[in-house]
Design a protein around this ligand. Structure first.
Ligand code: HEC
Length: 282
């Protein structure tokens, strides 16, 4: 008796599921959700390969140093890197002496107190200092950027999906608004102070294209500073700021896999050994 009742209850549930599925499909077909301009024109990050991709990936130190140069000469005017100290640059191959020079020559000085008067003042940075903020606070940052806040870039590549490719695509993705977009969505014209970029979530970003032409920086290693190259290098540098220990993580991961494989083989052999004398089927 219990079985037929159980069967009927099950059948009832399946029936309700099928019914709601059917209505869902009918509702979707008869009235599809309204299309939005972001849905239609937003693009996923471009495919770009970096030396640190994949489980064996390693940073290319020369590229990180070039990326730092781009950050220093272009992005640092607006974006802070407040989790990184000058001395951390030794991790990308600068010597202690070089980090001292970079710190003391940094365009913005570190806030301090005048020891004579107790008044707020600034002083030259030392390697132990974090990169000084380009603006005094959020209000000042917004005032200088048409109301938008340039975010801190220390962890940016971790904060966005496909971080390095995203930053690269964003920097190389500025373009005129496509004519089809305006035809389909006449109200979606990019506002005066913003810039169209299909890789940015809402398509219009307050940042003006920061990399504007080849040769904007002069690389000391002879690499040609095309917009594409600069974008790639600074994306690599920002990946390092977000994850300076990536290489260690990769090699530890590999070690762990090798250990687990070895351990599995050992366990299997021990199992064979322990049960060797026992007859099967008992
Ligand atoms: C003149 C100031 C300025 C410069 C120079 C500048 N940016 Fe920006 N950036 C901004 C502003 C303002 C925003 C915020 C945009 C918004 O929210 O619409 C921003 C946003 C960003 C974002 C975040 C996008 C997101 O998904 O939220 C990234 C990444 C970025 N900038 C990278 C860079 C890099 C890399 C450089 C150097 C090559 C650079 N920026 C140079 C002003 C600047």
């Amino acid at each position: 008796m219990v079985r037929p009742i159980g069967f009927l209850v099950g059948l009832g549930f399946v029936g309700v599921l099928l019914w709601s599925l059917l209505w869902g499909v009918i509702a979707f077909v008869s009235e599809p959700p309204a299309k939005t301009v972001e849905h239609e024109f937003h693009l996923a990050p471009k495919h770009v390969s970096f030396s640190f991709d994949g489980p064996f990936g390693k940073y290319d130190q020369a590229q990180l140093q070039r990326g730092f140069q781009v950050y220093k000469e272009v992005c640092a005017a607006c974006h802070s890197l407040h989790l990184v100290a000058f001395r951390d640059l030794q991790g990308i191959g600068f010597t202690e002496g070089q980090t001292k020079t970079i710190a003391s020559e940094w365009a913005i000085e570190t806030p301090s107190i005048n020891p004579e008067t107790g008044e707020p003042a600034t002083r030259k940075s030392i390697p132990a200092d974090k990169f000084p903020l380009p603006f005094a606070n959020e209000v000042a940052a917004r005032a200088a950027n048409a109301g938008a806040l340039p975010p801190d870039l220390s962890l940016m590549t971790k904060a966005r999906h496909h971080g390095p490719a995203y930053v690269y695509s964003l920097l190389t993705g500025f373009q005129n608004q496509p004519a089809e977009l305006l035809k389909e969505f006449p109200d979606a014209k990019t506002p005066e102070a913003l810039h169209f970029n299909p890789y940015f979530a809402n398509l219009n970003i307050a940042m003006a294209p920061p990399l504007t032409g080849d040769g904007q920086v002069t690389y000391s290693d002879g690499t040609k500073a095309t917009v594409d190259q600069m974008a790639k290098d600074v994306s690599a540098f920002l990946t390092w700021t977000a994850e300076p220990k990536l290489q260690i993580r990769h090699s530890v991961g590999l070690g762990v896999i090798i250990f687990l494989l070895f351990f599995t083989i050992l366990t299997w052999m021990a199992y064979q050994n322990i049960w060797r004398d026992k007859k099967k089927g008992l």
